[in-house]
Design a protein around this ligand. Structure first.
Ligand SMILES: Nc1ncnc2c1ncn2[C@@H]1O[C@H](COP(=O)(O)OP(=O)(O)OP(=O)(O)O)[C@@H](O)[C@H]1O
Ligand SMILES: [Mg+2]
Length: 380
């Protein structure tokens, strides 16, 4: 059941191809639909279809703190599992946000099924698993997996060596966390991949470049040897077409700026595939554009408003109309800011998806609503 407004879909009309066609449109092919921004620049409209991120196995979700990274990562996992696919949702910040979101007790260091994914038009939802990774668990895993050293690892933990190692070398923590995600994305059993997709609820935008830059992170730590090799393997997956980084933002100045900075940073790096921009918590415009423009400029007809209020049987219609007009101006100005931020994001040239603000708060039903919106817009 859909709650809140329908997501806004910006699609190229008549477009038939997936990534290639979208890129063609973005690069300036004729026939694309354009949206005029307030500053007069005409900006490219994104196109999206069901297969926007075909071939991607590891979806990294970042964004400014509080913009909805965990919520969007969970909704994306639900959306990706459509059609019976098996998806793993990984959390790396030790906050147990995923457990809370799915109304579960804190997740252990083990992959647990937390939900059945989104079903759509006769296609069943697959299974969504979740895992909360911490550097210690990931190091023990690493030792067990590559050296059969689980017992030694446990002894090291008891001695506090693991804590010590990950504290003095934060780069090591990062490579262990990202290493767990890349291992899950590549894991095979009986000749086929265990997970069809892995979604990582990643650190915020300010730290994402360093977090993913595992080779650099361990370069001061290990020039050769197993850690170095591990870091290089992890880096290869992160820098392959199998991985992409999505940015979550709201239509406010700071999150938008962080998103643009984050995209700029990854572009400068050049090796990591940039994913979509998920514009979260979008509130619908409740007035026609002309009324919004007038209200933003403080030109609401107060006399007309007072008359309408009076006709509706309200007392003190004049002061009431003045108060309402002031509120209307504030609302219209905030909508204008939203539109400006939307245009700034459009200029980044990445596919964009809009998710509605769910007024009742995010529960499982809300997550499915967001998952459906992501799927409808082609993010999954
Ligand atoms: N589309 C939405 N509609 C309504 N509320 C939302 C929506 N998306 C997220 N929220 C709410 O916003 C708050 C922040 O969301 P969330 O925890 O996912 O953000 P985050 O970016 O992961 O935060 P942090 O940086 O603390 O990890 C939560 O209360 C969540 O329920
Ligand atoms: Mg979070």
């Amino acid at each position: 059941m859909r709650q809140g407004p329908a997501p806004r879909k910006w699609r190229d009309q008549g477009q038939v191809g997936g990534r290639r066609a979208r890129n063609r449109a973005r690069d300036g092919a004729a026939g694309r639909r354009q949206k005029k921004c307030a500053d007069g620049d005409s900006l490219q409209v994104m196109s999206a279809r069901d297969t926007d991120w075909d071939g991607v196995r590891l979806h990294v979700v970042t964004g400014k703190g509080g913009t909805g990274k965990t919520t969007v990562a969970a909704a994306l996992a639900l959306a990706l599992s459509c059609g019976g696919r098996k998806v793993l949702l990984i959390e790396v910040e030790g906050r147990q946000g995923i457990a809370r979101l799915f109304d579960r007790p804190p997740l252990p260091y083990a992959e647990r099924k937390v939900a059945i994914g989104l079903g759509a038009s006769g296609m069943p939802g697959g299974d969504v698993y979740a895992l909360a990774v911490d550097p210690e668990g990931a190091l023990l895993d690493y030792l067990a997996m590559f050296y059969n050293l689980r017992r030694t690892g446990q002894a090291l933990t008891r001695l506090g060596v693991v804590d010590f190692a990950t504290t003095i070398a934060p780069g090591l923590s990062d490579v262990l966390l990202t290493g767990k995600a890349t291992e899950a994305a590549r894991r095979k059993a009986d000749g086929r991949e265990v997970y069809d997709a892995v979604v990582m609820d990643a650190p915020p935008t300010g730290r994402i470049g360093r977090f993913l830059n595992v080779s650099v992170a361990v370069s001061g730590l290990a020039k050769v040897g197993p850690i170095r090799n591990h870091a290089d393997t992890v880096a290869r997956v992160i820098r392959s077409p199998q991985t992409c980084v999505h940015f979550v933002t709201t239509l406010e100045e700071m999150p938008v700026q962080e998103t643009l900075d984050g995209i700029g940073e990854l572009r400068a790096d050049g090796g990591i595939q940039i994913g979509g921009i998920v514009i979260n918590m979008v509130r619908p415009a409740m007035l026609p554009e002309a009324d919004l423009k007038a209200a933003a400029a403080g030109r609401t007809d107060e006399a007309e408003l007072a008359l309408a209020l009076k006709t509706a049987g309200l007392r003190d219609s004049e002061p009431l109309a003045a108060a309402l007009a002031a509120e209307l101006t504030e609302y219209a100005q905030s909508m204008a800011v939203q539109e400006r931020e939307r245009c700034e994001l459009a200029a980044a040239g990445q596919p964009r998806y809009e998710l509605p603000f769910i007024a009742d708060g995010i529960d499982l039903a809300g997550l499915y609503t967001l998952a459906e919106a992501l799927r409808e817009q082609g993010a999954a």
